[in-house]
Design a protein around this ligand. Structure first.
Ligand code: ZN
Length: 242
């Protein structure tokens, strides 16, 4: 039996490689207005705080389908994958929930359980005061099962939110396209009535990841690999945004 010989690269080659990496880091750092360290280019979201809000939870399943699919599970699953993707990029991430729970017990500001839940989410976003927030949801259109694809909402007078919404909308459509879906291009939706958009100060968007009422969207949305692709697409859009 022959021995496997591991050949180490010449030490000069290693030194030159290290020098190039450090020099590239310094050059990129000097040319950037951001000074979060020499190797920031490995962590393009370093210094950025992002709140992820997985919609619904606990008693509130959100949108559902008769096959047992619940929106709340998809939201949380994509949120956790998005958290990992953003942290890999150096961001600080805060989730409004990390498990299957509603947030209405966190305040007593309304008689409505649903309203208390939304207030709790807005309070977290305003207290953390992130650079942006992303609220994750799944859409439903019972009377139109053919309707499908992602939709992103932003507060109509927030130009920053609009820019973020456009980037996320485009990236999510690419994910559906690469999964073989025919995608009807949409512009993100300006809105002035959704509670979260109206009651939060930082820029942010509500992302409807797809339609639970559409068979092929639903199949994709339940697939962990597709969920990862959605999360990566949103992370990519955030890199572009910053
Ligand atoms: Zn929802």
């Amino acid at each position: 039996m022959g021995r496997i010989r591991v050949k180490f690269p010449d030490s000069k080659v290693v030194l030159i490689f290290l020098f190039v990496v450090v020099a590239a880091g310094l050059i990129l750092n000097i040319t950037s207005e951001r000074t979060f360290g020499v190797f920031w280019f490995y962590a393009p979201l370093s210094g950025r705080t992002i709140v992820i809000d997985p919609g619904h939870g606990g008693i509130d399943g959100g949108a559902y389908h008769s096959d047992g699919t619940l929106e709340k599970h998809i939201n949380l699953s994509v949120a956790l994958k998005l958290k990992s993707a953003l942290e890999r990029n150096g961001a600080k991430v805060v989730l409004t929930r990390t498990k299957d729970e509603a947030l209405d017990h966190r305040n007593n500001k309304s008689k409505s359980r649903h309203r208390r839940d939304l207030i709790a989410r807005a309070d977290i976003i305003n207290e953390v005061n992130p650079h942006v927030y992303i609220s994750l949801h799944v859409n439903a259109e019972k009377n139109s099962p053919a309707t499908r694809g992602p939709m992103v909402f932003y507060y109509q007078s927030s130009q920053e939110s609009r820019r973020l919404a456009e980037l996320i909308q485009a990236r999510l459509e690419e994910v559906y396209q690469s999964a073989g879906q025919k995608v009807r291009k949409r512009n993100p939706n300006p809105n002035s009535t959704l509670f979260l958009l109206c009651n939060t100060r930082p820029p942010g968007v509500i992302v409807e990841l797809g339609f639970i009422t559409n068979e092929s969207d639903r199949r994709l949305l339940k697939n962990p690999d597709f969920q990862s692709k959605l999360a990566d697409a949103i992370a990519m859009a955030l890199r572009e945004y910053f």
